[in-house]
Design a protein around this ligand. Structure first.
Ligand SMILES: NC(=O)C1=CN([C@@H]2O[C@H](COP(=O)(O)OP(=O)(O)OC[C@H]3O[C@@H](n4cnc5c(N)ncnc54)[C@H](OP(=O)(O)O)[C@@H]3O)[C@@H](O)[C@H]2O)C=CC1
Ligand SMILES: O=C(O)[C@H](O)CS(=O)(=O)O
Length: 489
């Protein structure tokens, strides 16, 4: 059992149109990836409950949008305050169902809450404009209005922040949201809904539906009342949902897979580059879409970088996320371990060397040793597939042109990183990299103030920043005519 200051936050129920529904004997078990133990159960809901939630959202949204932006902002601010007041409990629930170390989980709570805080402020800045008319009697006015009912589907790797990164702008804009969280991590979403009620989110505005992704998703994508679908997860599922939304022409927000390059030039600050690589590669045990999936090191510093990185990572302990000082928790499930093992096996079979780790951890279960590979080449699976685990493949390169071409040689375009202290090179490489985001001399770029998102197969739209609200609003053009000149006195 998870020790909580407020046990009511761990609620074994889904929230459908303002009504809490508890699981019956068809309920779905949620397990702790570190121990395999059952944390609790959630109801196995489907089409009817999803349809009911969407109808309730439509009703609640009409009232919500009539409230002032300041009023909506105050509710969001209260939600932010409650999240931070309960940071320890929300972090414990997250570690229990996702596995990341408690310190990192609490960090995610603060990161997730920052999106609610940011959009509480942005809510009051949905500015329109007045444009000089195209005729003497015409005036042109542009206003922004909420899209309406939003459906959201989120992944297990950031079970709090991937929800608030959508709910914050949606509610700030005046929308309602029906959410299907990942089946492996529903309790973080449910705890957010419990606190949302306490903050004053009206009944029906925010529903959390648990059950079959395929069935719930089919209703979300097919129901014409849903005006926007916002999805974070794999490119494969994202593309399928994109197609499912086509018949009802929904707006889409897609935050999909990545294959981030991490480039270290000869002129880099090597210690800073090692520190950045540890964060960019191993945050959340490598289970993030913006993780450094390929590490390119210029020939002049390759051996020194590899040695420094291995020495640093070797000091970082693996274990149960609730234990003091743990840096690497378990992977989410056995398929995740199998994929990591397959990538390591493929690389070594094609000539790569295991400098550190390279096998399942002695702890067993879904624990895997943090791994560093050297002598990695472009024909290996780690070069083209997202590993989504603690494997750092080091590629050697000679010239800037060669590494930029290699970095761009992927269908993905989410995050990228490079270390250089040459100003001209910083500009050249920043402009040449085909990605939505570029980290320059840093391995950690995600923050509510910045536009998060990708290009190519990594998705559509941006979350966070001053642009995030617009993804949940529609522009309306008012053409005011008949404004004739006053009669001469
Ligand atoms: N761009 C970004 O910000 C992020 C991208 N990702 C990417 O997601 C992948 C790993 O996350 P993972 O959760 O496994 O991704 P998935 O795409 O498998 O799952 C994401 C969500 O989609 C749901 N889902 C799965 N199948 C369907 C379906 N047929 N219809 C509707 N919903 C469905 C899942 O539900 P269920 O849990 O029930 O299967 C889950 O809630 C990686 O590729 C990673 O790069 C992950 C996080 C962030
Ligand atoms: O799920 C993810 O990978 C997140 O988008 C990563 S981040 O926002 O925490 O960088």
């Amino acid at each position: 059992m998870i020790k909580l200051n407020d046990p009511t936050l761990l609620r074994q129920a889904a929230l459908v149109g303002g009504q809490w529904i508890e699981p019956d004997d068809t309920g779905l078990a949620v397990t702790n990836p570190a121990t395999g133990g059952v944390i609790g159960h959630v109801p196995n809901l489907g089409t009817d409950e999803t349809r009911s939630a969407i109808a309730a959202a439509q009703t609640a949204q009409k009232a919500w949008t009539k409230r002032t932006a300041k009023d909506r902002a105050q509710v969001l601010r209260r939600w932010f305050d409650l999240m931070m007041d309960h940071q320890d409990d929300l972090g414990a629930i997250l570690t229990a169902e996702q596995g990341k170390p408690l310190t990192e989980a609490k960090g995610e709570i603060a990161y997730g809450a920052s999106f609610i805080e940011w959009f509480a402020e942005e809510a009051r800045r949905a500015y329109g404009d007045v444009t000089p008319g195209h005729a003497p009697d015409k005036r042109i006015i542009t206003i922004k209005q909420p899209i309406g009912v939003v459906a959201a589907i989120t992944p297990w790797n950031f079970p709090n922040a991937m929800i608030t990164r959508k709910a914050g702008p949606a509610f700030a804009a005046g929308c309602a949201m029906v959410l299907k969280p990942a089946s492996q991590t529903p309790f973080s979403a449910i705890a957010l809904a419990v606190l949302g009620e306490r903050a004053g989110l009206p009944a029906g505005l925010f529903s959390v539906i648990t059950g079959s992704a395929r069935v719930i998703g089919a209703e979300m994508t097919g129901n014409p009342t849903v005006q926007k679908l916002t999805f974070t997860g794999s490119t494969e599922i994202g593309a399928m949902l994109y197609a499912q939304c086509a018949p009802t022409i929904k707006k889409l927000g897609l935050e999909l897979g990545g294959n981030a390059p991490f480039i270290v030039f000869n002129d880099a600050d090597l210690d800073a580059a090692v520190e950045g690589a540890v964060i960019a590669k191993f945050r959340n045990n490598g289970q993030t879409c913006v993780c450094a999936n390929r590490i390119y090191v210029q020939a002049g510093v390759y051996d020194a970088f590899a040695e420094k990185l291995a020495s640093k990572v070797a000091t970082l302990p693996t274990g149960n996320g609730f234990d003091e000082g743990i840096v690497f928790g378990p992977l989410i499930d056995q398929p995740a371990v199998d994929k990591v093992a397959e990538h390591v096996s493929d690389a070594t079979s094609k000539g790569a060397t295991v400098t550190l780790g390279g096998k399942a951890h002695a702890l067993g279960g879904t624990f895997y040793e943090p791994t560093i590979l050297t002598g990695v080449t472009a024909d290996m699976a780690v070069a083209t597939e997202e590993t989504f685990g603690p494997v750092a493949p080091l590629f050697k390169f000679d010239t800037e042109a060669e590494v930029v071409a290699a970095a761009n040689d992927t269908e993905f375009g989410l995050a990228s990183y490079f270390y250089s202290r040459d100003l001209a090179r910083v500009w050249r490489v920043s402009e040449a990299l085909e990605y939505g985001m570029v980290g320059i001399n840093t391995g950690l770029i995600s923050t509510a103030e910045a536009p998060f998102g990708g290009v190519k197969m990594s998705g559509l739209g941006r979350e966070g920043s001053r642009y995030g609200l617009d993804d949940f609003m529609e522009l309306k053009y008012l053409c005011m005519g008949g404004i004739d000149a006053a009669e001469e006195a």
